[in-house]
Ligand binder design. Sequence first.
Ligand SMILES: [Zn+2]
Length: 270
Amino acid sequence: MDGMNLRHLTDKVLLLDTKHLVAREREITLKLLHHLKEIERRRLFSDLGYGSLFEYIVKELGYSEPAASRRLHATRLLKDLPHIEKKIADGSLSLTNLSLAGQLFKNEDIQDPQEKKEILEKIENTTKRECEKELKKLVHSDLHVMKLSLKEETLNLFQEIRGVLAHKRFTNDEVMHEIFKIALPIIKNKKFKLNAKFTTPAALPSITRKIPNIIKKEVYERDGGRCTKCQSTFKLEYDHIKPFAMGGESTLANLRLLCFSCNQRRLKEL
Ligand SMILES: [Zn+2]
């Protein structure tokens, strides 16, 4: 393209042109956000076989995931807070900062438009670093940040659950809470046989290393689901007080809960 050779331009024109291009770039970005908003409203991404607007932006439009995420957050904010249009156009609110704010609103479950507006005012004309610092002040101190490395399959399972719960507008914390609340009793039942039904004594051979389910359940309940030495709930095991090898039976009286480390310590003592 001829226009790409700029050597003939005077310094003044070059600088002026650059400013003009930046303004046009912002104008185009804003137009793009409006287009994305309308595509989402019509759910056209779905017609094209994409599960979400985000997927459409990445796979159809070719943006990187972080770039897509910035555009998606900005699109959502523009929908909720139309007044930010001017601020995107004049550059006082960058896509990066909008995206950081959008993540905060989601994670902290901030839904009130007035509250959002006030927060956005604080991050106008700030660098990314200044913006992060400002937003950090608003993060509730009772939230813990946990970095997880997940395989795609695991991540997909999480996304699927999030999709099922989407209508509730849950934060990530609430999604995790729901999963754990449902999973914990199931996992506990499986390990400690808390669903075991009483069986007749004849069906309970005590001369076996394998502990009958009903005994597992009774030991667990008697010991309150904790290590009987240190009260830990981590990595619990059933311990034969008189070792099985020395004739100790798998009975309620001869069994107790020990955590892995207390059990290891005890095995060394034997
Ligand atoms: Zn212990």
